[in-house]
Ligand binder design. Structure first.
Ligand SMILES: [Zn+2]
Length: 306
């Protein structure tokens, strides 16, 4: 559902133009609503897998789920409105768990959801996706890829996917199965859904959470943040089909990638709080709120990635 506070129609038009020039369609996300029982079941499974996630909190959180993973698991999101309400708030999309074996990247989203519930003042409209790859997370043992063996963070439709993704995978990673980009961009229901979330929600910034490199990475037109809590800037570069490449470079959105220090051990409460506070401060100061400061989108070439 489009939210009523469309802040910047020009941005929407440009994003849409970029995506449609790319020849993208969004075929499989718009199925019937996932029954609520499925969300409850999903919360039970997440609570069993992640020690710091409380299943009852998850069930009561008001998640929406309008698409499913390859294995039929609901892909869930929840919106948090700014406080106080604002007519055209800046929008931030937060995504955890694109890689299924990075457990803390899901758990910390639930931690920050509690903070969002409690923040007395916060200026953003958030859309929060705690677990973008539930099949990889809930597999025993968890693994990085989705059910189809695809690294979802190499499956986004970046401009260079068609010319570089498979060649990069074969020759630069030695055909590492943990980094398989899929047979084509957007071959997986999870990346179709995430890309559709970007198209619908029109975020002004994206926060994507990973582990375990213990750094802060950044793609986008802004001057990057230097440090959020214990995470210091270390730009790791972009890869064909990565979210940073697609949204940060091609769509010129600020994409903050948080690499938590451990995949299985949560930061302390104080560390988590410090990352959160520093991130909110940076977003409030650096994320543009008007179309005037928006960078124009890159054109998509005719490529053979579809
Ligand atoms: Zn990762």
């Amino acid at each position: 559902m489009p939210s009523p506070d469309r802040g910047r129609p020009a941005c929407k038009a440009r994003l849409l133009a970029g995506l449609f020039v790319a020849g993208l369609t969004f075929p499989s996300f718009a199925g019937p609503a996932i029954p609520l029982a499925s969300v409850d079941h999903a919360c039970e499974r997440l609570g069993q897998r992640l020690r710091s996630v409380d299943a009852d909190f998850c069930k009561a959180a008001g998640f929406q789920a309008d698409a499913a993973s390859r294995a039929g698991f609901p892909l869930m999101h929840r919106d948090f409105r700014p406080r106080p309400e604002a007519a055209a708030p800046r929008r931030v999309l937060m995504i955890g768990g694109i890689h299924g074996d990075e457990l803390t990247s899901v758990s910390i989203v639930f931690d920050w959801m509690r903070r969002l519930d409690q923040e007395r003042l916060q200026p953003f409209h958030w859309r929060v996706i705690p677990s973008a790859n539930p099949d990889g997370l809930l597999r025993a043992p968890s693994w990085r890829m989705n059910r189809g063996g695809v690294d979802l963070n190499r499956n986004f439709p970046s401009v260079d996917w068609g010319t570089r993704a498979l060649e990069y995978w074969r020759h630069r990673t030695g055909a590492d199965p943990r980094r398989y980009p899929g047979p084509r961009a957007l071959s997986e229901p999870e990346t179709v859904w995430l890309t559709e979330q970007i198209r619908q929600f029109e975020p002004h910034a994206i926060v994507s959470i990973h582990a375990p490199y213990g750094v802060l990475d950044f793609d986008g037109p802004q001057h990057p943040p230097q440090r959020f809590g214990l995470l210091r800037l270390n730009q790791l570069g972009t890869y064909p089909g990565s979210l940073g490449n697609f949204a940060g470079v091609d769509l010129a959105l600020p994409v903050i990638t948080l690499e938590l220090p451990h995949a299985g051990i949560m930061p302390t409460r104080a560390q988590s709080q410090r990352i959160w506070t520093d991130m909110l401060t940076w977003l409030a100061e650096h994320v543009p709120g008007s179309a005037a400061t928006w960078h124009p989108p890159l054109r998509y070439p005719d490529d053979e990635s579809r």
